[in-house]
Structures are given as structure tokens and as C-alpha cells.
Write a protein of this length. Sequence first.
Length: 57
Amino acid sequence: MLAMSEVNCIKTLRNEKGLSISQIADTLDINWRTAKKYGDGDQLPQEKTFPKKRNDV
């Protein structure tokens, strides 16, 4: 999963700079599908939280 700053960078390149998905993927050295997912997606990724393990013995 990408960090929020990386997702914002992809969105900026796509929406404000007008770069294509392929150009974004090449520039950031990421998979084309990843650039497509975050560049064209409307939703920001949610961070997954995991419950803490209890150490009851």
C-alpha cells in the first residue's frame, strides 16, 4: 500500500499536470495498475487497523 503522500502525488500528476497513467507509472516507477487505481479513483485508501493482541496467559 502506498503512503498518503504518494497517493496525493499521483492524484496531482493526473488531475493538475494532466499526465497519462503510463507517464505517471514511468515517472514514479510504479505499476501501471497502481497508477490507474489511485489516479482515477475517487476514494482515498483507508488505513487498515488491526486489534492489539492481548497477552493473557
